[in-house]
Design a protein around this ligand. Structure first.
Ligand SMILES: O=C(O)c1ccccc1NCC(=O)[C@H](O)[C@H](O)COP(=O)(O)O
Length: 220
């Protein structure tokens, strides 16, 4: 159970793609901002735009680049352009690939795990052993266009009784209306949101970002 002396939940706003919405998140003092580089995504930012957004955020929040099964060329271009503080891997990267990416880029890596049932947690220990941070997300349905950012929650009760790695981040279908319950039920200390602070896919809303941040912080 969270107590009054627990630090406030740490917050990542993912899929920011404009100066204005990035500024809104930074002004609220969020902990991480996520830049999605995945052309199929409505939140995709090319390297030139991502570099500009990254410069805007430098020193104000940790900058996360989100990549899906990147090859070495894409990785080195992303690191050069964006200078990320954290690389989020949101594809089918194996634990060995996570290890190789950490070594080749010299950057910390957060590995996303898609969860639907308890069976999906079997992969957790192997990734926890090699990644700097774990992101728990809802498993995308087989016909989904995107492996994440789908605004779907998973059943948080599958996490009950687990000793999750320090710093584990919760995501998947979070919004201002459910983030307090999610934090209370999972006892995690960090959350990530994308669809829940949008008015349409890829369109972030400063008012929704502010409401989410307030709701997440009100829990501690
Ligand atoms: O956001 C995307 O478009 C995206 C594309 C490809 C892979 C992952 C993607 N997003 C992952 C995120 O980090 C989201 O914040 C996370 O899945 C939660 O998304 P949501 O349920 O929409 O809040």
């Amino acid at each position: 159970m969270a107590s009054a002396i627990d630090p406030p939940a740490r917050i990542k706003i993912c899929g920011l793609s404009t100066r204005e919405t990035l500024d809104a998140a930074l002004a609220l003092g969020v902990d991480w901002i996520g830049l999605v580089h995945f052309p199929r995504s409505p939140r995709h930012v090319d390297f030139a735009s991502a570099a500009a957004l990254s410069s805007q955020a430098r020193g104000r929040a940790e900058r996360v680049v989100l990549l899906v099964d990147p090859d070495d060329v894409l990785l080195s271009r992303a690191v050069e352009a964006i200078d990320p503080d954290l690389i989020q891997l949101h594809g089918r990267e194996s634990p060995e690939r996570v290890t190789a990416i950490r070594a080749s880029t010299g950057r910390p890596v957060m590995k996303a795990l898609g969860l639907a049932t308890t069976a999906d947690l079997a992969a957790l220990p192997a990734y926890a052993a090699v990644a700097d941070r774990i992101l728990l997300d809802a498993k995308a349905p087989p016909d989904a266009a995107l492996p994440g950012g789908n605004g779907r929650s998973f059943d948080w009760t599958i996490l009950a009784g687990l000793d999750l790695p320090s710093g584990t981040m919760l995501s998947g279908g979070l919004d201002a209306g459910n983030v307090a319950e999610a934090l209370a039920r999972t006892q995690l200390g960090a959350v990530d949101v994308s669809s829940g602070v949008e008015t349409a896919p890829g369109v972030k809303d400063p008012g929704k970002i502010a409401a989410f941040v307030a709701a997440a912080r009100a829990t501690r």
